[in-house]
Design a protein around this ligand. Sequence first.
Ligand code: HMG
Ligand code: MG
Length: 303
Amino acid sequence: MSLPNKVKIVEVGPRDGLQNEREIIPAEVKIELVDRLSAAGFANIEAASFVSSKWVRQMATSSEVMAAIRRKPGVVYSALTPNMRGLEAAIAAKADEVVIFGAASEAFSQKNINCSIAESVERFRAVAQAAKLHGIRLRGSISCAFGCPYQGEVPPDSVADVVRRLRELGCDEIDIADTIGVGTPGQVRRVMERAAREFPIGQLSGHFHDTYGQAVANIYASLEVGIAVFHSSVAGLGGCPYAKGATGNVATEDVLYLMQGLGIETGIDLDAVVDAGQFISQQLGRKAASRAGNAIAAKRRFA
Ligand code: HMG
Ligand code: MG
């Protein structure tokens, strides 16, 4: 199959990227990050998470962030909503898309959202119905689709089963997520092809973490089977509080550099993303985890 001409990159740095930071990041910093990202050309930014602050403290400023960002027309600002309480907060915050997040692994479902996969789907039903009623886009996310920190292997059929359940809830897009970054390209091809038997491939997305350095290769393998939506995090920020040892999402700068090289259109200004990556890394007091981002920043210094 030939590669797509165009892909959608969903920037998840402000949520997935920052949720695991120990020090509470001031809302103003998160707001500036989101605004820099919308200015860079992203059509979809995951900006908030309406979860229990007892479970993820860093996301407690989500309403404040959503209220103060400069909304760029046409940009979809997404928020995670594990239950009705989260959905109500997302509606109040004027989120354009809500994300129900389950897992392909029973063990991870229990650790992350404190219920079984079947219970989570029941909980999501009301969230999905209410989102539809309010005309809000609905995305489903499936964690641990390539391996689980508690259970180990996750069969492709388990992923496909959750894809089917999320399809039945009316999801507009479904993420196949490598939460702990253990997947490899052959496996990615198999899982994506299996998932595509349950849901249109154009509405499936690849959400890769880079723990084992396979994320860019996994994106390439996904492109080869027809996936055209990818999640990434500026400066490679990230990690999941319920997946110890997992590193950040694949860095957006690296993904954009890959797409540029392949001649695949993204609509995003790589230089502006490099600036955003340097900005947030300075705020966090460490070097960006993006190879391309750091290379471009270094080249500028010596130009
Ligand atoms: P629970 O303890 O089973 O439920 O948590 P609960 O109903 O007993 O709630 C506990 C407390 O939280 C209560 O407060 C609730 O009111 C409150 P208390 O009465 O004790 O004072 N609460 C809420 N507060 C704010 N917003 C809410 C909300 N709901 C309840 N929406 C629950 C169940 C789902 C709430 C909890 O497990 C939770 O919040 N989990 C979220 C975990 C999380 O955010 N993980 C990271 C995101 S997933 C991820 O990163 C993976 C992804 O990126 C893809 C990938 O990489 O794989 C998406
Ligand atoms: Mg993630």
